[in-house]
Write a protein that binds this ligand. Structure first.
Ligand SMILES: [Zn+2]
Length: 270
């Protein structure tokens, strides 16, 4: 089965990202990741941006496409105008497949005016807006900003824009599913739902309630065209994570969730 990883990060090599990758049995390097992907049948990856915008930012091998990170810092009007211009330059490129809003880490609701110019650009270039939803890593983020219900307002205001709830709003799955039910232009990626390298037999036994809860909300819409596989590398062990999602979702939905939905939503043309 061909796989698209619709949510990963490529961090610069520093102590923090090395440690993160090592904790899940990986290395934080591009050649390592490309080899690993090949061995697992992953044919493309969508990098969720963390870099500051510049014309030279986001230069990756063609295996990867990317979403630019926007609106994470408050800027003065002049600097903001330059950033919006840079965002547009990126969105014109075929390798740039969307924008990423780090709600929760950025202490602002996704409906905040600072994000509006970028959402409008996403609309102009017909590219998705991915939004961090649900739990934040560390204590500095605030869950009120990353709660999936906050996406309802913008999804309604921009019906032509495709939104992606990263992490399916976990653990606010019911609310994420409600936002998706109400707004046909909202999808969800299934990245970053597992920490460490757990024994999956033990996991599925011990967390049977959570697993059924997740399956309940995955099936609630009765529409498997709106869920995307993603890992959140370097936060998860990739082979274990593929196995986890494979066991979690319905057999008949595997090919859509692992490949076709991301290919369509991020316009990868594979
Ligand atoms: Zn992520």
């Amino acid at each position: 089965m061909k796989i698209i990883d619709a949510h990963l990060h490529l961090f610069n090599p520093d102590e923090r990202s090395e440690t993160m990758a090592r904790q899940v049995g990986h290395e934080n390097s591009l050649p390592y990741l490309e080899n690993l992907y090949k061995s697992q049948g992953v044919v493309a990856g969508v990098v969720m941006g963390n870099q500051k915008l510049s014309p030279d930012a986001y230069r990756f091998p063609s295996f990867f496409r990317y979403c630019i990170a926007v609106g994470s810092k408050y800027q003065g009007p002049k600097e903001e105008a330059q950033t919006i211009e840079l965002a547009e330059e990126h969105l014109k490129r075929s390798a740039c497949v969307g924008i990423k809003i780090y709600a929760g880490y950025t202490l602002a609701y996704v409906s905040d005016a600072r994000f509006t110019p970028y959402i409008k650009l996403a609309e102009k270039y017909d590219k998705p807006v991915a939004i961090h939803t649900g739990m934040t890593a560390g204590v500095r983020g605030q869950l009120k900003y990353s709660h999936p219900l906050t996406v309802d307002e913008v999804a309604g205001a921009y019906p032509k824009v495709q939104f992606v709830l990263c992490h399916f709003g976990n653990p606010f799955l019911c609310e994420a599913a409600a936002v998706m039910e109400k707004n046909a232009n909202v999808a969800a990626d299934l990245s970053g739902l597992l920490s460490g390298i757990p024994d999956l037999d033990r996991y599925f036994h011990r967390h049977a309630g959570y697993v059924e809860w997740m399956r309940t909300w995955l099936r609630y819409l009765d529409d498997d065209s709106r869920f995307l596989f993603g890992t959140d590398f370097p936060a998860v062990n990739i082979p274990r994570y593929i196995e986890y999602i494979r066991r979690l979702v319905d057999e008949e939905s595997l090919e859509k969730i692992f490949f076709h939905n991301a290919n369509r939503i991020y316009g990868l043309g594979l």
